[in-house]
Design a protein around this ligand. Structure first.
Ligand code: G3I
Length: 364
C-alpha cells in the first residue's frame, strides 16, 4: 500500500499544486505501517485532495483507513428525494479500495449537513411518517450504493448533548434536533435498522464528540442497551476526540474506552485533532511556538500510547484532516488558529507526527 521511495519521487509534482515540499513523503515514515493492521491509522480527506496526484500519494503513504470529511454527508450526496450525486464520494471510496485501505462512512443521520428538503413538505414541516419514510429511503439508497465498499458507517452522529452552550435536551440527554423532535427518540433505532438491512456486512457505529464525558458515556450506553434489547444491531462507538492541549483528561478517555468495551462494542477514534489552545473554548492563540508544539506532541504521544494499549477494543485512529492547512478550525464554525494536526501547512511532519510514530512503534 505504501509507496516505495522510487515510486514516490517519480510522481509528477506540478507547480499548480499547493505549496508543499516535494520531499514530503519520500523522507517520512508511514504511520499506517507503524500502526500495523490491528489498529489502523487514517485521516479525513477531501475530494480535491484525491484529485491532486501529490496529495493522493501522501494520503496513500500515510493511511490504511479513510473517511470523507464532508463528501458522504447528506448535504453533499442528496439532490432531492431519490436523487444523488455520488461522484465525489465514489472518487474517495474507489481510491481507498485501490490502495488497500478501509473506508469509514460518515455520516447518515446528523442534525448538521442534513438534506434540508427532508424536513419540509410544501410550505410546512414534514410529518413524522413521511420523515421516517424519507430517512429509510435515504439510508437504503446510500448504504446500498456503497454496499461492500464501506467498512463501517457512522449511522447516527451527535444525538446526545451535555448541556453545552445552555442547550436543551430531552430527559435522556438527547439533543432536540429535527430528527428527535419530529420522529421522537426512535429515530436512532429506525436508522440502525435501515442501515443493517442495506448492508448486513458493514459495521454500524454511533459517533459523538466529548465521548469521554461520564454523563454522555452513560447516556450512550443506555441507548445501546435499549437498542440491543429490541434486537437492533449496533456494533461500535466512534470517539471523535477533538481535543485541546489541556483537555480532556487521559484517564477519562481510558475509562470511556473501558466502559464501552465492557459492553462488547467495537470502537474507533474517528476525528482526532489536538488544538494548541489550552481548552476548546480558548481562541486567543494566533501563532505556534516551539514550546506549544512540543506540548502538543506530548499530548499526542500520551493519547496514542493509550489507544495502542487498548487495541483489543479500538480498531482505528483517524485524524480530522491531512495537515494544518486543511483543518476545519480554519473555517468552521469561525476561523481560529489551532494548528491541530500531525503535519504542518506544507505537509511537513511536526513534532506531533514524530511523537505518534514513536508511540505506535513502541507499542507494536
Ligand atoms: O461547500 C461550501 C462552499 O460552496 C461555500 O462557498 C462555503 C461558504 O461557507 O461553504 C462550503 O461548505 C462548508 C463545508 O464545510 C465545506 O467546506 C460549510 O459551510 C461548512 O459548514 C462545512 O463545515 C464542516 C462541518 O463539519 C459542518 O458541520 C467541516 O468542513 C467539517 O470538518 C465538520 O466536520 C465535523 C464532523 O462531520 C462531525 N464532528 C465534528 C466535525 C468538526 O466540526
Amino acid at each position: 500500500m505504501s509507496l516505495t521511495r522510487r515510486q514516490f519521487t517519480a510522481l509528477p509534482l506540478g507547480l499548480a499544486l499547493p505549496a508543499i515540499d516535494s520531499a514530503f513523503a519520500a523522507e517520512t515514515p508511514s504511520l499506517a505501517q507503524a500502526f500495523g493492521q490491528r489498529m489502523r491509522f487514517g485521516m479525513a480527506v477531501r475530494p480535491d485532495q484525491i484529485r491532486d496526484t501529490a496529495l493522493a500519494a501522501f494520503i496513500a503513504h500515510q493511511c490504511s483507513i479513510l473517511v470523507a470529511e464532508n463528501a458522504m454527508k447528506p448535504a453533499s450526496l442528496s439532490r432531492g428525494e431519490g436523487q444523488y450525486d455520488f461522484r465525489d464520494a465514489d472518487l474517495i471510496v474507489d481510491f481507498a479500495a485501490k490502495n488497500g485501505m478501509l473506508m469509514r462512512g460518515h455520516t447518515l443521520v446528523w442534525h448538521q449537513q442534513a438534506a434540508p428538503w427532508m424536513f419540509k413538505d410544501g410550505a410546512g414541516e414534514v410529518s413524522r411518517e413521511k420523515l421516517i419514510a424519507r430517512m429509510e429511503r435515504y439510508i437504503a439508497d446510500v448504504v446500498g450504493h456503497f454496499r461492500g465498499r464501506v467498512y463501517s458507517w457512522d449511522v447516527v452522529n451527535e444525538a446526545f448533548q451535555n448541556g453545552e452552550g445552555g442547550a436543551k435536551t430531552d430527559e435522556a440527554g438527547m439533543r432536540l434536533s429535527e430528527w428527535r423532535r419530529i420522529i421522537g427518540p426512535e429515530f436512532i433505532e429506525i436508522a440502525f435498522r435501515a442501515a443493517a438491512k442495506a448492508d448486513p456486512d458493514a459495521l454500524l457505529f454511533y459517533n459523538d464528540y466529548e465521548s469521554q464525558n461520564p454523563q454522555k458515556v452513560e447516556a450512550v450506553r443506555k441507548m445501546v442497551r435499549g437498542l440491543r434489547a429490541k434486537g437492533v444491531r449496533i456494533d461500535g462507538i466512534g470517539h471523535q476526540m477533538h481535543c485541546a492541549r489541556k483537555w480532556p483528561r487521559v484517564d477519562d478517555v481510558a475509562a470511556a474506552i473501558e466502559a464501552f468495551g465492557a459492553d462488547g462494542l467495537k470502537q474507533h477514534v474517528t476525528e482526532l485533532d489536538i488544538g494548541l489552545n489550552d481548552m476548546p473554548t480558548d481562541t486567543k492563540l494566533t501563532a505556534a511556538t516551539d514550546e506549544l508544539l512540543q506540548d502538543q506532541a506530548r499530548r499526542y504521544a500520551e493519547l496514542t500510547t493509550l489507544f495502542m494499549s487498548k487495541r483489543d477494543k479500538l480498531g482505528a485512529m483517524l485524524t480530522w484532516g491531512i495537515g494544518d492547512a486543511y483543518s476545519w478550525y480554519l473555517s468552521w464554525p469561525r476561523k481560529r488558529f489551532e494548528a491541530p494536526l500531525l503535519f504542518d501547512t506544507r505537509l511537513q511532519p511536526k513534532p506531533a507526527f514524530h511523537a505518534v510514530l514513536e508511540a505506535a512503534r513502541a507499542a507494536t
